[in-house]
Design a protein around this ligand. Structure first.
Ligand SMILES: [Zn+2]
Length: 365
């Protein structure tokens, strides 16, 4: 019990990043790309300009660090959207491994990758055994780091050299040293690199997982509590509410919870602890510039630091039996963080504003 409580205590504490500009609080609909563009220009126009200018002549390598499901992919995609153009890439190690599985069905792709690995892979494990491990044919479930490195290098080589956000590396303590020399290993030694740390309370990750639903037809993800569809259904027998897919082709399909998600964060406990250990170690590393992002903000500090429309709302449903209709109420989403401090979760665009504002400093521009 004691150990459990220790685990739950807040392990990081990053400063609250102020995105509020006095006198400029008119709301933006942050789920809309056009509105988002205007929002980014207002909140971080100067930094966006600096980064755009920089990318005309330079690249960078950023390593995203945060627990599983902390929004790493979303943040780098929104960053690229805000800066515009196609000078930024998001490289996800998880996606690369999945793509290799799919790619191996294609003989040509397989040969291309095999040829690359034959020249670039170095390691104690023979290449054919390393590939067996990659394809899950081996009993060892963890892929050798040397193979992961070669796969990332292969992915980078597929396109012209761009600024990149890497997500999914380092994954474990034995990959820490590789990550501080990562830019050298990937041929980015003439470009700046930096770490991006993401602090998200476990309670927020857990709630997001618990209410996550997907459409059985098109697999679009939504969240019963945090990201609703237009139409909500009510199941009288089970006395529960459900979302109906917005895509007209899905014919109001009832969205359902993915297996395992109802267990919340405990289903990925081991992964979360490993990710946190990596973060804690890298937080202490000197020499690599650091950017700090936080997803949550104490309710008591919110009015000072952010605008109301930058906070994640939540939805509450009631069934009006007389009218046969579901009523929806939007309310602020308040979650206790690991220390029990009531907190709001910032919308992804707001977290990314904090990222944009810190990147010029990390690049030394
Ligand atoms: Zn659908």
């Amino acid at each position: 019990m004691v150990q459990r409580r220790k685990q739950m205590a807040k392990e990081f504490s990053f400063p609250v990043f102020k995105t509020k500009i006095e006198g400029l609080s008119q709301p933006f609909a942050l789920e809309d790309p056009v509105e988002r563009r205007k929002y980014f220009e207002l909140k971080a126009g100067k930094e966006i300009e600096k980064i755009r200018e920089y990318l005309e002549r330079g690249n960078f390598l950023a390593i995203l660090l945060g627990p599983k499901n902390s929004g790493k992919g979303t943040y780098s995609k929104l960053f690229a959207e805000a800066i515009g153009g196609d000078r930024i890439r998001h490289i996800s190690v998880g996606d690369i491994v999945r793509d290799v599985h799919a790619g191996f069905k294609d003989k040509k792709e397989e040969e291309k990758l095999a040829a690359f690995l034959r020249t670039r892979y170095r390691g104690a494990l023979p290449l054919n055994q390393a590939i067996d491990a990659l394809l899950g044919r081996s009993t060892s479930s963890l892929l050798p780091t040397e193979l992961i490195l070669a796969l990332i290098e292969y992915e980078i080589s597929k396109d012209e050299k761009k600024a990149i956000f890497v997500d999914g590396f380092p994954r474990s303590m034995d990959q820490i040293s590789y990550s501080i020399y990562f830019r050298e290993l990937m041929g980015y030694q003439d470009n700046p690199d930096f770490f991006v740390f993401i602090d998200v309370p476990e309670t927020i990750i857990g709630e997001r997982m618990k209410y996550r639903v997907v459409c059985p037809r098109c697999h679009a993800p939504r969240n019963l509590k945090l990201l609703r569809t237009k139409e909500i259904g009510y199941d009288k027998e089970k006395d529960e509410f459900y979302l109906m897919c917005d895509d007209p082709q899905c014919g109001h399909a009832r969205m359902s919870v993915k297996e395992g998600d109802d267990l919340g964060i405990e289903a990925i406990r081991e992964r979360i602890e490993a990710d946190k250990a990596v973060m804690q170690t890298l937080l202490k590393m000197e020499g690599v510039p650091k950017v700090y992002l936080r997803n949550a903000i104490p309710v008591a500090e919110a009015a000072q630091a952010v605008d109301a429309y930058e906070l994640t709302p939540s939805y509450e449903y009631t069934y009006d039996a007389r009218e046969g209709k579901v009523r929806v109420k939007e309310i602020p989403w308040v979650v206790p963080d690991e220390d029990g401090v009531p907190s709001y979760s910032l919308l992804p665009a707001t977290v990314v504003t904090g990222l944009i504002k810190q990147v010029p400093g990390a690049l030394g521009i």
